[in-house]
Ligand binder design. Sequence first.
Ligand SMILES: C/C=C/C(=O)SCCNC(=O)CCNC(=O)[C@H](O)C(C)(C)COP(=O)(O)OP(=O)(O)OC[C@H]1O[C@@H](n2cnc3c(N)ncnc32)[C@H](O)[C@@H]1OP(=O)(O)O
Ligand SMILES: NC(=O)C1=CN([C@@H]2O[C@H](COP(=O)(O)OP(=O)(O)OC[C@H]3O[C@@H](n4cnc5c(N)ncnc54)[C@H](OP(=O)(O)O)[C@@H]3O)[C@@H](O)[C@H]2O)C=CC1
Length: 447
Amino acid sequence: MTVKDILDAIQSKDATSADFAALPLPESYRAITVHKDETEMFAGLETRDKDPRKSIHLDEVPVPELGPGEALVAVMASSVNYNSVWTSIFEPLPTFGFLERYGKVSELTKRHDLPYHIIGSDLAGVVLRTGPGVNAWKPGDEVVAHCLSVELESSDGHNDTMLDPEQRIWGFETNFGGLAEVALVKSNQLMPKPAHLSWEEAAAPGLVNSTAYRQLVSRNGAQMKQGDNVLIWGASGGLGSYATQFALAGGATPICVVSSPQKAEIARRMGAELIIDRNAEGYKFWKDEHTQDPREWKRFGKRIRELTGGEDVDIVFEHPGRETFGASVYVTRKGGTIVTCASTSGYHHEYDNRYLWMSLKRIIGSHFANYREAWEANRLISKGKIHPTLSKVYSLEDTGQAAYDVHRNLHQGKVGVLCLAPEEGLGVRDEEMRAEHLDAINRFRNV
Ligand SMILES: C/C=C/C(=O)SCCNC(=O)CCNC(=O)[C@H](O)C(C)(C)COP(=O)(O)OP(=O)(O)OC[C@H]1O[C@@H](n2cnc3c(N)ncnc32)[C@H](O)[C@@H]1OP(=O)(O)O
Ligand SMILES: NC(=O)C1=CN([C@@H]2O[C@H](COP(=O)(O)OP(=O)(O)OC[C@H]3O[C@@H](n4cnc5c(N)ncnc54)[C@H](OP(=O)(O)O)[C@@H]3O)[C@@H](O)[C@H]2O)C=CC1
């Protein structure tokens, strides 16, 4: 039995759940990995010069043992997230430390502590096997998976599963991720694949869409409301392309920051009207490595006021971190919210706290999404209210190049990866609904 037989079953129109259940599992499969004995390979290099194409491997790996509450999924497509960039450049820490720590939780979690890390935190595919105790899913089900892995044994996480003390991001802090032909997930990560999307389109939103949903919309995040002005950094990137859609769909006004005319055009295509090209306008929030320039914060704030007709922003959707955080705190309206989920340009932020406390602003930390938020975010994709922002699709062999493009900010929206899917465009089950949304689905393609 090989993965080819699995693919044949997925592509045959009449394979039943029983047929999938009867398929023997392959012994091994192809997976994107980083290697534990290579974590020092970029020592001494600047972050920018660490090249994912050198650290990312395509290996043949054994199929992991299936445990209770888990599912093995044949992965048709996945996507590149920035967490895979972090893993591949071994920053801020090599992810093998996470696997070692997880390996100590139980006999079963020991499986994750390996000398190779199979990465990837998104997938669209077909359930192959479910472990004991799984009733909601069966072999043959077409699914996507969100990336929240929790043990749920502590009451700390029972109101909000992100607060579980054993909360991990699958494919980043656990092994057996989605950039592979087969993946191992907890069955609670599974959600129905949106029927109007191809495999690679369905695999694109998961991580960033759920994160933007919690960060901006959920009561655990900024609780955006109608009429809010929302400043969105990187509005045509992974997170920002969903934040922009949530702002527009929720009756708010996005102020989209981008760095090129092409990216401005994408933001416009999504329906945004207020756009700042940070490159063209030349903002320099730092005079040198240690000193910020408040005059530049003010120039940025004036530009926002020009665009909004004199209003300041109710919410800043933050993720660039060190480079922008001082400006983000400054331009937020009195009583407004800066909601942050990342620090791409550096995690030691500096801001003038007088502007925070005197103007009663709030900083909220946000990370991925709880089970329910991930489900709600996927439901919005399934209903055609929010659309994938897939720009380009790579083969599994070219994942290193895909991660390089994301690391160097050469991409738009989301970058997809075909795993078992032999070509793009397969897996659409609702052509009628697709036709209704085709322009929106293709907004980011070939820009
Ligand atoms: C969905 C996608 C998301 C993304 O893309 S996010 C972007 C990518 N992610 C990242 O860049 C984050 C990567 N992770 C990290 O950098 C690290 O992961 C953290 C800095 C988040 C945490 O560091 P650590 O060393 O793993 O954890 P500690 O909590 O500092 O634990 C170390 C020891 O310190 C103890 N400790 C924690 N808090 C306290 C406290 N308040 N007082 C005293 N001790 C404390 C712990 O218990 C533990 O101890 P013991 O080593 O013995 O187990
Ligand atoms: N905590 C969580 O749950 C999550 C955290 N993340 C983290 O969020 C960050 C962004 O992820 P994602 O959106 O997928 O990445 P992308 O690279 O797809 O998009 C980020 C965008 O931010 C803009 N940007 C990058 N650097 C700067 C800078 N120095 N100043 C201003 N803008 C900048 C760029 O847009 P432009 O050049 O057009 O301005 C870029 O396109 C990553 O660090 C990632 O690890 C992501 C998802 C979940």
